[in-house]
Design a protein around this ligand. Structure first.
Ligand code: GDP
Length: 453
């Protein structure tokens, strides 16, 4: 609480200095004269010495929020450790090993210790490391963290903001659970930590540390740290700038990664009930610093550095996300000639650029339209030309056919005329034959006719 108050005060003093600078922007000459605020002594009590108390009271009223992300394989002991850390049963159900994808499950709880209320969100990686193809295991985690930053940014950018009672879901710490193999980090662990280190405060822990011997554990810790350093993975280091906690934090940094054991079971040791894991050969006491680093983790995470973790999340990780996002949107603090740009100027420039771009696109589309129309016209003309050529051809064929038929008719008519002539001649000839008496021909004809009757 004291460190939080100190930080708030530091923030307040920044504001004072800044205000002094702003108000002194009357002229360059005046600004030079008033570069630092004047120190004055007061002749009596004013009352702003109660500011720290005011802050403490307000914070207590408001309550705190803290969000923990647990990354580690199914069954590595995440839920048990979280239960042990907060001394309660969060009733998280046992996860299956057969999920096709990694899924993030967030649950929020309200806790109270004395008069301090804590809204605690625990985000669990369900199915992490269970798939045969582990390539996509860390992407849902990255997406989840970014989504929380995005939600906060959207709230910040609203005209009507409600940041005061906003449920801040940004992840303040990532407890990264490493298997107690005694060998080295798995590729998946390295890849995951590498992709998360610029987005969240990572505290690596060796899970189920009762599964590794004391000498092996020391070597394992050294190996893990050197692997993290050689792969450029940035983990969270307890801050050493606040002198009240610098010593303890510096010494705890030397114990990273913490080797932890979790258990909610109570076992009688001497005449005391302690949290422990009981085995046929002995008892591992969770809160015994000779047995594991659980107490160190709890001290560092909850009692000493919770506020710094929240602060780092806002000032470092969220700030980076916000900067990248605003830059992507085209906002910048300085112009092309390094002159400072206000939000209004950036907005105007962006609007100008947008209109220019829109006009250019419109022009392009118009030209494209004209070109398309011309192409279509040419195609239609070509089709028309082909159709008229076809029509001409058919007309010619029809004409030829007509001529051919007329010729045929003429020939037929000639044939008919010739035939009629022949017929007439033959009739004349027949009549002459009838006139001749006793003609045999007439007798024959009469006979033929009587047979037909
Ligand atoms: P999660 O799937 O990562 O949440 O794992 P759980 O917390 O559900 O734990 C899985 C199993 O590991 C349970 O049987 C726990 O009792 C056991 N376990 C949890 N913590 C430890 C530990 O520190 N040491 C040992 N040996 N077992 C543990």
């Amino acid at each position: 609480m004291a460190s939080e108050v100190a930080r708030h005060l530091l923030f307040q003093s920044h504001i004072t200095t800044k205000t002094a600078h702003t108000s002194s922007q009357v002229s360059d000459h005046e600004q030079k004269q008033k570069e630092s605020p004047r120190s004055l002594t007061m002749s009596g009590h004013v009352g702003f010495e109660s500011l720290p108390d005011q802050l403490v009271n307000r914070s207590i009223q408001q309550g705190f929020c803290f969000n923990i992300l647990c990354v580690g394989e199914t069954g590595i002991g995440k839920s048990t450790l979280i239960d042990t850390l907060f001394n309660t049963n969060f009733e998280d159900h046992e996860s299956s090993h057969f999920y096709p994808h990694v899924r993030l499950k967030a649950q929020t709880y309200e806790l109270q210790e004395s008069n301090v209320r804590l809204k605690l969100t625990i985000v669990n990686t369900v199915g992490f490391g269970d798939q045969i193809n582990k390539e996509e295991s860390y992407q849902p985690i990255v997406d989840y963290i970014d989504a929380q930053f995005e939600a906060y940014l959207q709230e910040e950018l609203k005209i009507k903001r409600s940041l005061f009672n906003y449920h801040d879901s940004r992840v303040h710490v990532c407890l990264y659970f490493i298997s107690p193999t005694g060998h080295s980090l798995k590729t998946l662990d390295l890849l995951t930590m590498k992709s998360l280190d610029s987005k969240v405060n990572i505290i690596p822990v060796i899970a189920k540390a009762d599964a590794i011997s004391k000498t092996e554990l020391q070597k394992f810790k050294i190996k893990l740290m050197s692997e993290l350093v050689s792969n450029g993975v940035q983990i969270y280091h307890f801050p050493t700038d606040d002198e009240t906690i610098a010593k303890i934090n510096a010494s705890m940094n030397g114990h990273l990664p913490f080797a932890v054991v979790g258990s909610m079971d109570e076992v009688k040791v001497g005449n005391k009930m302690v949290k422990a894991r009981q085995y046929p050969w002995g008892i591992v006491q969770v809160e015994n610093e000779n047995h594991c680093d659980f107490v160190k983790l709890r001290e560092m995470l909850i009692c000493t550095n919770m506020e710094d973790l929240r602060d780092q999340t806002h000032t470092r990780h969220y700030e980076l996300y916000r900067r990248r996002k605003l830059e992507e949107m085209g906002f910048m603090d300085v112009g092309p000639e390094n002159q400072p740009l206000s939000l209004q100027e950036t907005y105007e420039a962006k609007r100008h650029e947008f209109y220019g771009e829109r006009q250019r696109k419109e022009e392009e589309m118009k030209q494209l339209f004209v070109q398309r129309v011309k192409e279509k016209e040419a195609i239609l003309k070509e089709a028309e030309r082909e159709a008229s050529a076809k029509f001409e051809h058919l007309k010619r064929v029809h004409q030829e056919e007509k001529l051919r038929l007329e010729e045929k008719r003429r020939l037929l008519e000639e044939e008919i005329i010739a035939f009629s002539k022949k017929k007439a001649t033959s009739e004349i000839y027949q009549n002459q034959t009838f006139m001749t008496p006793g003609s045999n021909l007439r007798k024959d004809k009469d006979r033929k006719n009587s047979n037909f009757m």
